[in-house]
Design a protein around this ligand. Sequence first.
Ligand SMILES: Cc1ncc(COP(=O)(O)O)c(C=O)c1O
Length: 376
Amino acid sequence: MALNWVEIDLAALRHNFSQVRQRVGSQVAILAVVKSDAYGHGMLPVARELAEAGAEFFGVSKCWEALKLRSAGIQQPILVLAGMEVEDALAVVAHDLRPAVYRLDHCRLLERAAQHAGKQARIHLKLDTGMGRLGIPLPDLGPFLDQLAGLKHVQVEGVFSHLATSDESDKAFSQEQLARFRSALQMLHDRSISFTYAHIANSGAVMDIPEAHYQLVRPGIMLYGSLPSKDILSPAPLRPVMALKTKILQVKWVPAGHSIGYGRAFVCSRPTRIATIAVGYDDGYPRVLSNRGEALVHGVRVPIVGRVSMNLVTLDVTHVPQASPDDEVVLLGTQGTERISAEEIAQKAHTISYEIYCAIGKNPQRIFLNSSRRLA
Ligand SMILES: Cc1ncc(COP(=O)(O)O)c(C=O)c1O
């Protein structure tokens, strides 16, 4: 049995998906963003569960992730958000992947591969409406579309962009991006380029900007039970999906003046009962939470004392007399009526919940709970 593990509650995942559905209705397709191993939650079990729950599309960052989904039997369309590499063209066409496209050389490669295969390559044009990262700059869109018009085996299935500040309470920049997006869509319309999906909504926009839903939305973080930020105006009631648990290896009394761990970063001011638990920064738990984080033992919050080391953390359990070796400890998640959220950890670690999930989710010991799917 593992000394620490990550639990993934698939019932919570389904609940969160249903919250997205409730927000966008049945006429808008949901593209579940499952890149980066579903933000650390396990891409294949998450995608299978969401496919069953009705996700119409999946989104990954790279082609190899899409191929992994295809090999696992996922038949829904898959958008490759970071686009393709030159060597991916044949696989994109063979497996009907939808690459984000922002380079003409990629379009030409897809044209050749699709012609060769006797198929159409379906693409989603990625526009830069203000994020400033990937995407066709809007002044270049006209010439880009002129070139694209000559490629008969490349079909524009979608046109999309990404919002930089949809999770902020001030939506002014999102509205600017939306205005630019609308003008770009009009350019396609003026050229009689028809496509099925315009899309721009991430979780922030799913919740706060209904006019950004168009024909498809791309939620990520809200599926995993977190708001993109605390500034969301109209938050959905979400349930956390991931928990990080471990066990007490040893409990002992140490006298006042005794120091704990590397660097002697904590010195006991009184006789203290120390529980050493089997988790560390190698498990994605941030080292910056040394002397700052908390854990749950017998449903009670206890402080981390001393430094978080690679595989061990030390807790002050003086006020939890029943704490004993082999007891379960929760670093992220719920125990009794107490809960430690990814947001709480992220705030203390000066980061965002996304990064906490991705880091903790690298733990190889994952347990999937409450699947609605019958085991084969
Ligand atoms: C292009 C794109 N769309 C949608 C998402 C999902 O964003 P969120 O997790 O904030 O919902 C991401 C995530 O990074 C993304 O890169």
